[in-house]
Design a protein around this ligand. Sequence first.
Ligand code: C5P
Length: 222
Amino acid sequence: MNTMTIAIDGPAAAGKSTVAKKVAEKLSFIYVDTGAMYRALTWKALKQGISLEDEDGLAQLLSQSDLNLVQSDAGQRVILDQRDVSEEIRTAEVTNQVSIVAKHKNVREEMVQRQQELVKDKGVVMDGRDIGTHVLPDAEVKIFMIASVEERAERRHKENLEKGFPSDLKQLKEEIRKRDEIDSNREIAPLVKAEDAIEIDTTSMNIDEVVEGILTIVNEKW
Ligand code: C5P
């Protein structure tokens, strides 16, 4: 085997993207952040005043959107209709509403298809909520990364303060809890651990320890 697919799923702010990026770098694989795609659609819908409950309107908007994830020296950039929206899609406005957009069947179907096309015959680390269960059901390695809500909120809070963003720990905890609840209870492809996924509880682990743990699992399968 000279290439393989690695699926990393888990709840909000569990550190998936940081870890996935590092694992991809170590293996010289591509990294695909599927959450960024749902975020980009949410940002565009908000901008165009399309209701986030309007499934058909959102699906149509997506079908007309040129959405690309581009690897650059500044990390992965999200290019929507030729515009770099990497920063805009991380605002609280988008973060707190993206799960509404991600509930819709017609939106998910097209997203999954696009995600599968992005990685055809490539070594890839992909992170999200339904990667091991729906997007890459045959992934050689499936990881389900969890951490307590308290720890996840603390990490996000620290990250915000480091970036000089306003941050309220209690509010963050509530927002993360709410997003997990919607993602876990939606009808289509809810956040759930794939049967053959390996669960890693990162509550008391640092990033390098998680990366090392995943690389060990990868080496065993290779
Ligand atoms: O990973 P991130 O926190 O950026 O994801 C944002 C949101 O996008 C999630 O809370 C979820 O609602 C949605 N999502 C999803 N399926 C994925 C990736 C993200 O439903 N594969």
